[in-house]
Design a protein around this ligand. Structure first.
Ligand code: ZN
Length: 650
């Protein structure tokens, strides 16, 4: 069956005249509208309405869905020849002229609605094909300024003193309809108060569940003219780069496609806010509003495990930005899989700001000026400032990191000593899993114990409490006092032996019950396996967490029991403080080797400095999502790794 046969399928029904309830396929954009119903066009300007569906104005260089006051507005057909209809308009409008203006105005209103409805249907089909709107998900809204008699008159005069007031017509896609099968007849027209002005001609449709959200965007971004919502898989995955799902924004930098999301340069940091999903779309409105306000430079908001909202000042801008965002999200996910942090600047590379400067100096003056001008245009394109004030920042230090030691190719390194938090394990794990678990379980832990035991705990904790200057608990009942005391000490981050012992016991129970699993980054086990298989490098842990806590974590890790791979553990008690050089010498003696044979990996500059002072073979900075940010100088002091596998040579 050919497309035209299909489209004309409804023609067998002979009683279709004047029937307002048209069937799908018989509508504005792609149905069997008789040719005489197409608006007469000038030079194919409204080719959109023909059976060949085309983007508005793609071939004519005009595309704005304006109010018809400008010759490049889409709403410009025979009515624009209104010069004949309206005559040589001036301020002395006669009543007859007024009548004519109203006719022209109505014509423009109709054409405008036709154009926007068709466009939304075409966009939705495009989004379906891109995989953004499968299973009826996703959607799109466009708003256009309402044509007024003022704008009709203005388009025919060179001068008018009447200020333009903008009343918007808001068009929204319906809910629950196949996005690739939508037609103009299916679209709702609303006013800015969300009242339905014109329901779709297709009966039985509901407005998109996103409707309140379109309005949130329109409210907080007064120039936005189009909002797109996708259920893109790339967007969904990009919201899950943080395994704890607590991150409130996705960061990306040093990617060419950053230029595609409005006013970002290659080396800017793009921050896309992430909000948590809710059972229904309309419940997202408050979070969406908050995110838009908090991230004024970003034209999109991610919804975790759901998709993306993206907007632009024109439908073209919204669409192309949406494409760029989607590319960037896919990129972020794939970079993360490679072990590269999408938020971090490149570790190395040939791009240097100073080289650019030298090249420019050596160029003839005219060309230099041209080059400078070009760069300026790229970063200030839309009239607002660069993102996060990073435009033009000096990033030469990004490119100068020292080379990473490679195990076991660099043969002198026989030992790998690794810190836990921020290296093998996410910092968030300790903060957001271990400590909350301990707080929750205190009650149950003490619940089993008799009065004597409780009193012993209180006595021991009391000493540590008063040493740390934590306030006296208010509760008087022994049990309540004990729970309050322990919680309060944890709140004050007291690090004292008895409290630590209690925490350790609670965690041990949690690990044994399988209620907690030690977080390890996915590259840790492959590193251990690789090192064993290639040169037998011995791996040791050195953390401020106790040896017992380390063993629990790695013995019950997400990757299984890792203890057989780890040859030993050091903590503050067994080796000494991590920011003291002596501690690293202690470890070397314990291992029966020279400090220079050890590679040490940590996320703390202070620890790397101490290790270096001790004469460590190599000190390596670990960069993981959620680690404390580093200054440019810190970034270039030690070699950096985003994945422990970067330590593997061949
Ligand atoms: Zn949705």
């Amino acid at each position: 069956m050919s497309a035209s046969t299909k489209a004309n399928g409804n023609n067998s029904n002979k009683d279709d005249d004047d029937d307002d309830e048209r069937k799908p396929g018989a509508g504005w954009s792609n149905g069997d509208v008789p040719p005489q119903l197409y608006p007469s066009t000038r030079d194919g300007q409204l080719a959109l309405y023909s059976q060949q569906r085309r983007w508005i104005g793609l071939n004519e260089g005009w595309s704005r869905l304006g109010d018809g006051g400008h010759e490049h507005d889409a709403v410009t057909s025979t009515s624009f020849h209104g010069k004949e209809l309206i005559g040589n308009n001036n301020n002395n409008t006669t009543s007859n002229d007024k009548g004519t203006e109203e006719v022209v105005l109505q014509q423009r209103m109709d054409e405008q609605a036709l154009a926007v409805r068709s466009l939304i249907a075409q966009l939705c089909e495009t989004f379906y094909k891109a995989g953004w709107a499968t299973g009826t998900g996703g959607g799109c809204s466009i708003r256009v300024p309402t044509p007024t008699t003022t704008t009709v008159a203005r388009s025919n005069t060179t001068n008018t003193n009447t200020p333009a007031t903008t009343a918007w017509r808001v068009f929204v896609a319906p809910s629950g309809i196949q996005k690739e099968d939508m037609i103009g007849d299916d679209i709702f027209e609303l006013d800015m108060d969300r009242n339905v002005v014109h329901p779709p001609r297709t009966v039985g449709l509901r407005q998109s569940a996103c409707t309140p959200l379109w309005y949130v965007v329109y409210h907080h971004r007064p120039t936005a003219a189009c909002v797109i919502h996708t259920h893109s898989l790339n967007a969904v995955q990009a919201t899950l780069l943080d395994p704890y799902e607590t991150s409130t924004c996705l960061r990306l930098t040093h990617l060419e496609m950053l230029k595609g999301v409005g006013n970002h340069a290659y080396d800017d940091v793009l921050e896309v806010p992430i909000i948590d999903n809710r059972p229904t779309e309309d419940l997202l409105a408050d979070q969406l509003a908050a995110a838009i306000v908090r991230y004024p430079q970003c034209n999109a908001v991610l919804v975790r495990r759901h998709g993306l909202y993206c907007w632009g000042d024109s439908w073209e801008q919204a669409k192309t930005q949406c494409e760029s965002f989607d590319y960037l999200f896919e990129c972020a996910v794939k970079l993360k899989q490679l072990g590269v942090d999408p938020a971090a600047p490149p570790r190395a590379g040939s791009y240097r700001h100073e080289e650019d400067a030298i090249t420019k100096e050596s160029l003839p003056e005219e060309e230099t000026a041209h080059g400078t001008k070009k760069r300026k245009m790229a970063t200030t394109n839309n009239g607002s400032a660069g993102f996060n004030g990073q435009v033009g920042s000096d990033n030469r230090s990004d490119c100068l990191s020292n080379s990473t030691p490679l195990l076991p190719r660099d043969e002198q390194y026989k030992f790998l000593l690794i810190d836990v938090e921020g290296c093998t394990t996410s910092i968030a794990f300790v903060k957001e899993v271990l400590f909350p678990y301990c707080r929750e379980q205190l009650y149950f832990y003490f619940d089993d114990q008799d009065e004597d035991e409780l009193a012993r705990h209180v006595m021991s904790l009391e000493v540590e409490r008063s040493n740390a200057g934590v306030p006296v608990p208010a509760s008087e009942k022994l049990f309540d006092m004990l729970v309050e005391l322990a919680k309060s000490m944890m709140d004050h981050d007291v690090k004292a032996p008895y409290l630590k012992m209690l925490q350790g016991k609670i965690w041990e129970i949690g690990y044994d019950l399988g209620e907690i699993q030690g977080h390890v980054y996915p590259d840790f086990l492959p590193l251990l396996q690789w090192l064993k298989a290639n040169g037998n490098v011995k791996v040791y842990i050195y953390s401020s967490g106790s040896v017992q806590a380390q063993k629990l974590l790695f013995g019950h890790s997400l990757a299984g029991d890792l203890l057989p791979w780890i040859l030993g553990h050091f903590d503050i008690l067994t080796a000494g403080p991590k920011k003291e050089a002596k501690s690293y010498q202690n470890i070397a003696s314990a291992l029966g080797t020279d400090v220079s044979n050890i590679v040490f990996v940590s996320d703390s500059i202070g620890e790397l400095e101490a290790a270096t002072a001790a004469g460590i073979g190599a000190a390596v900075m670990s960069i993981r999502p959620g680690n404390a940010p580093l200054t440019a100088t810190e970034l270039q002091t030690y070699p950096t790794v985003h994945s422990l596998l970067q330590l593997c040579g061949c």
